[in-house]
Design a protein around this ligand. Structure first.
Ligand code: ZN
Ligand code: ZN
Length: 277
């Protein structure tokens, strides 16, 4: 299969990526990509955690910059999205407001999540062993809630929990089944995120190593569920527009997954899939 649509792309506005729309568009054309969705980290009304996202008042420039670039590359189908967390205090109203301002789609961003006692978990840090079962349960609930909100076009790296939990526990199985079922039942694609392959690998109890995500046992369960799967690069620099997607296709193949390729977006959802031959 060829990589012809990438729906998860960043730009300089989030402050931890570089390059602007035109540079990503050029890189996409060079890589043989025909559909480019840009989904930089969303602003919030109160400008929270501003180190990783644009300010609220940068949104207008993001939208106008996108349309200016889109005119320059008529051969490329470009779409404008944002990658957005499910912040309980502003959702789903904020999602609807963004759509109203001209954002075509939202990528669900399962990053930080909240435990029952209200404390926040940073999923990139290894969790203490005794906390892993309850962290996994909370993470699963969080992702299912995002999906159930109906505000997202797809879920970015749903297996990000592979960062805080080094070994596959029974709770990982439960989580994977719940997320896959919610995705299938709502027709929300799950993303195999190629960028995980070049993030720092996780040391395993047996001395081995693996990428933090994509985590293969998760995708084996997704394959059984029949949920739709897409592959994205999550590029944070233009040169990474198709980086490691070959590894993502390899993983999908080993799991018996045929990734879908969507060519359009309608009503906030990815649409017009190519026939899966
Ligand atoms: Zn990022
Ligand atoms: Zn991203």
């Amino acid at each position: 299969m060829r990589f012809t649509a990438n729906w998860h792309t960043h730009n300089f506005r989030c402050r931890h990526a570089s390059g602007d729309f035109a540079e990503y568009a050029r890189a996409a054309i060079g890589a043989g990509i025909g559909v480019l969705g840009i989904s930089d980290h969303s602003p919030t009304p109160d400008n929270r955690d501003i180190g990783v996202r644009m300010f609220r008042d940068e949104l207008a420039g993001y939208i106008s910059g996108f349309h200016a670039a889109k005119e320059l590359f008529p051969s490329l189908r470009m779409h404008l999205g944002l990658e957005l967390e499910y912040f309980e205090d502003i959702m789903p109203g904020w999602a609807d407001e963004l759509r109203g301002e001209g954002i075509e789609y939202l990528a669900a961003a399962p990053h930080f999540f909240t435990l029952a006692d209200g404390s926040m978990v940073n999923p990139w840090l290894p969790a203490p062993r005794e906390d892993r079962p309850r962290f996994l349960a909370a993470y699963g609930e969080f992702v299912v809630k995002m999906i159930a909100s109906g505000r997202y076009a797809f879920v970015a790296h749903p297996d990000l929990f592979g960062c805080f939990c080094s070994e596959w526990l029974p709770e990982c199985d439960t989580l994977a089944r719940e997320v896959a079922a919610a995705a299938r039942d709502t027709g929300t694609p799950l993303e195999i995120n190629a960028a995980g392959f070049y993030h720092r690998w996780i040391g395993l109890p047996d001395g081995g190593r693996r990428p933090p995500y994509p985590w293969e046992p998760f995708w084996r369960i997704v394959a059984e569920s029949g949920a739709t799967v897409i592959i994205n690069s999550d590029a944070h620099v233009p040169e990474a527009i198709a980086k490691s997607v070959g590894d993502a296709f390899g993983l999908a193949g080993r799991c018996g997954i045929r990734p879908a390729t969507f060519t359009d977006v309608a009503g906030g959802r990815l649409s017009s899939p190519l026939p899966n031959d």
